[in-house]
Design a protein around this ligand. Structure first.
Ligand SMILES: *Cc1c(COP(=O)(O)O)cnc(C)c1O
Length: 425
């Protein structure tokens, strides 16, 4: 491409560039398999000597076009779609960690990721140490061991809405010879591009703003191509020494900057198979075409709602990094000057029972287990996702009993505020 496209153009144009007579709109390649003329042609694909499609568990043209769009938006060299954000996070770590390895992770992360890393991956022999993202560089570095292979954090954590100091995390990761992996689900590349600040790998739950319409669960991993695996070859044998399941091919030698994503596709996706369906990636692509229009509307609406809530005397507290008195305001201004995301959390005076009454009184703002979709919605973790916990246990988990998570949609801000106001009444 001659023109260096800006994000708005990439949202609409990247990934699919049809040639003469081909469909203008990205087609859904609803096919498990692809045809070849000779047995030899097919054999070369299996040896990774030629690139081409043969089976949708490994690669599919619809999925690859959408992955290429997300890679372009993040400024990365390659990307892979997965069946969910959970699968993306699992593969991102498992691609460079094996039994006996360890990684360091911010404690301010999505609950599903916390379980995956702290409980399920432990059963595979991979250990994690959680650190406060606000701790000093010395404290976080102290969690590193000789077998540590990665550092992980969320740009804006779900649901605690803490903002990651990406440059600080990148410095710590690199001085310990490991990559920084950032879950960039909440800001999306429209509001933050972590590679610019030193992150090496970005993961997404595309289920959220990227899809944006609550139609499809999905995930994505993007590689910046910047991490020098060979410079730390002893830590990353999976990338830097021959893969016996591919006739002794070495990913960094054969694929250079494409090594990490090629290994994730050719080895992990081949063996574990958590692919995104082409139908879902088609829907994801429709969402991406308007991501640059929806994100500013989510952010403007959330800012207005947060300001309204912070002035209301029935509201005990409001957490939104766009409010100047927020602990993360300065970091949010640095990393996301055009807006952060549409998710706010707040508490009402009177606690848990009042929160429930408030939510039941909302008219169009719906109670759903979801965030980051075009429609405004709320969730009360103490009554829903964390309902088995006592108030004391909730506080230990960092979830206040009165916390309401409000995902502000792209409706008219005055209507959203009117619904909140009548429910507060
Ligand atoms: C939702 C979410 C996930 C998990 O994604 P799924 O698509 O639901 O599997 C991971 N990280 C963050 C930040 C999320 O919000």
């Amino acid at each position: 491409m001659a023109i260096q496209f800006k994000p708005e153009t990439l949202c609409v144009q990247a990934g699919w560039t049809p040639k003469k007579g081909e469909p203008r709109v990205l087609p859904i390649y609803q096919s498990t398999t692809f045809k070849y003329e000779t047995s030899e042609q097919m054999a070369r694909l299996f040896d990774l000597e030629d690139s081409g499609y043969f089976y949708t568990r490994l690669q599919n043209p619809t999925n690859d076009a959408v992955a290429a769009k997300i890679a372009a938006l993040e400024g990365g060299v390659a990307a892979m779609l997965t069946s969910s954000g959970q699968a993306a996070n699992f593969y991102a770590i498992f691609n460079i960690c094996q039994a006996g390895d360890h990684f360091v992770c911010s404690s301010a992360i999505y609950g599903g990721t916390f379980n995956l890393f702290g409980v399920t991956m432990k059963k595979l022999g991979i250990e994690v140490t959680f650190v406060s993202p606000d701790a000093s560089e010395e404290e976080i570095s102290a969690a590193f061991r000789p077998n540590t292979k990665a550092l992980f954090g969320e740009t804006i954590s779900n649901p605690s809405l803490e903002v990651l100091d990406i440059e600080k995390f990148a410095r710590i990761a690199h001085s310990n010879g490991v990559p920084l992996i950032v879950d960039n689900t909440f800001p999306t590349p429209i509001n933050c591009r972590p590679f610019k600040w030193g992150a090496d790998i970005v993961v997404h739950s595309t289920t959220k703003y990227m899809d944006g319409h609550a139609t499809s669960v999905g995930g994505c991993i993007v590689d910046s191509g910047n991490f020098d695996w060979d410079a730390h070859a002893e830590k990353f044998p999976g990338l830097c020494t021959p893969d016996e399941s591919y006739h002794g091919l070495t990913y960094t030698k054969a694929f250079g900057k494409g090594a990490y994503i090629t290994k994730a596709t050719a080895q992990l996706m081949r063996d574990l198979g958590s692919i995104q369906s082409p139908q879902n990636s088609f829907l994801l692509n429709l969402g991406l075409e308007t991501l640059h229009l929806r994100m500013p509307q989510h952010c403007n609406n959330a800012q207005k709602v947060a300001e309204y809530l912070s002035k209301n005397d029935k509201v005990a507290w409001v957490n939104y990094c766009g409010l100047p008195d927020n602990k993360y305001y300065a970091l949010a201004q640095k990393y996301m000057p055009n807006g952060s995301c549409g998710v706010i959390s707040f508490g009402l005076k009177g606690g848990r029972d009042v929160s429930i009454k408030f939510m039941d009184s909302l008219e169009f703002i719906a109670i759903v287990t979801h965030v980051a979709d075009a429609r405004s919605c709320v969730l009360h973790p103490a009554s829903h996702t964390h309902r088995q916990l006592t108030d004391e246990q909730l506080m230990e988990a960092g979830v206040r009993p009165d916390l309401i998570r409000l995902s502000v949609g792209i409706e008219n801000a005055d209507d959203i505020i009117a619904d909140i106001e009548q429910a507060l009444g």
